[in-house]
Design a protein around this ligand. Structure first.
Ligand code: CO8
Length: 258
């Protein structure tokens, strides 16, 4: 399948997706997002593909949402279209592992997309930032949440409030990226990591991904809700009836394991 704004190739069990809008520093317009949804869905559905690498050009991973496309859009349409909601939920629902290989600018929506990856490998030229404030807006694809969870409140707040960029060394120190490599080696290193993941048992890879994401994404109120539901499910067991009865009757319980 061919796409308008991205290049997709399969290298053994690894899918390589490359942003291909160099004239706009890979800014994310509607078409890019549509192409990415399709490419990620095809990857997730293909049992022969075990890991995906998303990358950009030497100069830019992606310089954000397409400001030109957004600049004329009436405010109410952002709400009515639930702008970016479908896209972000479809990409973050990818069940198999994927890596963002970032060289150059990863700004605004570009930084947010990179942070949706299971991990980021950065070239030493990478620059991360949430400069939306300079446009009178704010991150809208999860950036304020993922950045804060990744680097902590102080740095995230400073970056969002000032729009300053974080270089690769600081990003590694702060826990935003897994590793920094020389720019010339970025793609090789990303493909090497992806091949190593692709060689792992695929179900275990999916479960490991889910577990780490649970720690990263799980909110306290959500965890408490799950806890309450599991508690309610447990009240349906025979052992619950027996346990409470045994307490009232001041005797040890006799467990059936059901
Ligand atoms: N959108 C559209 N076009 C862009 C974008 C962008 N985000 N970034 C760069 N371009 C275009 C430029 O307009 C220019 O096009 P042209 O040649 O036609 O003028 C071309 O790419 C090259 O860019 P520059 O000439 O500016 O290149 P420089 O090397 O001088 O500067 C920068 C590079 C610093 C990256 C600069 O281009 C820049 O600051 N870009 C904008 C970065 C930015 O503000 N990103 C955040 C966008 S907002 C966002 O992502 C919000 C997402 C969440 C919304 C969710 C709502 C619910």
């Amino acid at each position: 399948m061919s796409y308008e704004t991205i290049l997709v190739e399969q290298r053994d069990a690894v899918t390589l997706v490359t942003f291909n809008r160099p004239q706009a520093l890979n800014a994310l317009n509607k078409q890019v997002l549509k192409d990415l949804i399709d490419a990620f869905a095809a990857y997730d559905a293909d049992p022969a593909q075990r890991c995906l690498v998303l990358t950009g050009s030497e100069k830019a991973f992606a310089a954000g949402a397409d400001i030109k496309e957004m600049s004329e859009k009436p405010s109410v349409d952002f709400f009515l279209e639930d702008f970016f909601a479908e896209w972000t939920s479809r990409v973050t629902a990818t069940r198999k592992p994927w890596i963002a290989a970032v060289s150059g600018f990863a700004l605004g929506g570009g930084c947010e997309v990179a942070m949706m990856a299971d991990f980021i490998l950065a070239a030493d030229t990478a620059k991360f930032g949430q400069p939306e404030i300079k446009l009178g807006v704010a991150p809208g694809m999860g950036g304020s949440q993922r950045l804060t969870r990744a680097v902590g409140k102080a740095k995230a707040m400073e970056m969002c409030l000032t729009g300053r960029m974080m270089d690769a060394a600081e990003a590694e120190r702060s826990g935003l990226v897994a590793r920094v490599v020389p720019a010339a080696d970025l793609l090789d290193e990303a493909l090497k990591s992806a091949a190593a993941i692709a060689a792992m048992p695929p179900v275990a890879a999916m479960i490991n991904k889910e577990m780490v994401n649970l720690a990263f994404e799980g909110g306290l109120s959500q965890a408490i809700l799950i806890e309450r539901r599991l508690f309610q499910i447990l009240t349906s067991t025979e052992d619950r009836t027996e346990g409470m009865k045994a307490f009232v009757e001041k005797r040890p319980g006799l467990w059936k394991g059901r």
